[in-house]
Design a binder for this molecule. Sequence first.
Ligand SMILES: Nc1ncnc2c1ncn2[C@@H]1O[C@H](COP(=O)(O)OP(=O)(O)OP(=O)(O)O)[C@@H](O)[C@H]1O
Ligand SMILES: [Mg+2]
Length: 355
Amino acid sequence: MAGVEFVDVRKSFGAHPVIKGVNIDIADGEFVILVGPSGCGKSTLLRMLAGLENISAGEIRIGNRVVNTLAPGDRDIAMVFQNYALYPHMTVAQNMAFSLMLKRSPKADMDKRVEKAADILGLTKLLDRYPRQLSGGQRQRVAMGRAIVRDPQVFLFDEPLSNLDAKLRVAMRAEIKELHQRLNTTTVYVTHDQIEAMTMADKIVVMHDGIVEQVGSPLDLYDNPANLFVAGFIGSPAMNMIKGRLNPENASQFIASDGTILPVANAPASARGRELVYGLRPEFIGLGADGLPAQIVVIEPTGYETHVTVRLGGSEASCIFRERINAQPGDTLRVSIDASNIHLFDAVSGRRLIA
Ligand SMILES: Nc1ncnc2c1ncn2[C@@H]1O[C@H](COP(=O)(O)OP(=O)(O)OP(=O)(O)O)[C@@H](O)[C@H]1O
Ligand SMILES: [Mg+2]
């Protein structure tokens, strides 16, 4: 096992820079997820770690060894791709053993490793089947089995669940997490799905346009986003963002652009009068008889809770209520805001203000 380190890593395709100086420190045994919108450079970063792509500048280390110029086969990593890339003419067992065969491992050792991986993944009864005779989830497990038999220093996953239907994705999410708890192998996992990142990772790296926006534990990113990008990316429904400014005379009042006064508990004194964005997570809006008027736009019952979109402070805001809402679009609700859980962001830089 080994940790992984990216030190000021850069990558350009021709004149076009796509990775613009990335620093990430991954501890031995950690499960790290790279998350960000399409095109932000997640796969490129992973492929550079795997050795499938050259790097333009910087250093990549696996367990204190600089691997910049090492061939993929010499990096002691195993990668699971989105499309699984199984060999159709080989059985499950042969697919799993293939990389060991290439290395000319002794047959007995090979059989033992395949058997053990199959046992871990619940594939023992399927070892003689061909990929076409498997479900999507089973194919996914074979792809993981192929990585496990190699007993690498680091597992790399690139969107391994995106070909699966929603239900299977949830099940496989738990399986991969459990697998990591069992094997404790350092894992770098790429996804654009923030729920996957939140539910599986020890540590999340939020990327955007070739840079790292923030690194932290899932709940740290959720509770303390560094800027508007992270605040808007992590959490579903997304954080509400209301434009306006802090009252120059009273730091406990945010004046939204339509004149609505929203409560603030912890604003730094320097923020008075500044143009800001008021960040409010949907769950921190409650029902309160003497609260602010909020006109209902859409009501979405989910059973357990009710998602309601309202007009608040000149923009639309998502609310999540535990209560069932007996009202219609167009009706006005009274809502209260948990002022101690709001965030303020600088309107220009996007950075969160720290009280
Ligand atoms: N071989 C290439 N040549 C030129 N540009 C490339 C090449 N590979 C990737 N890019 C560009 O690099 C940027 C990052 O691509 P990358 O595949 O890393 O994104 P991603 O974050 O994995 O996105 P997605 O979520 O869509 O998979 C994109 O703008 C892409 O068009
Ligand atoms: Mg990608």
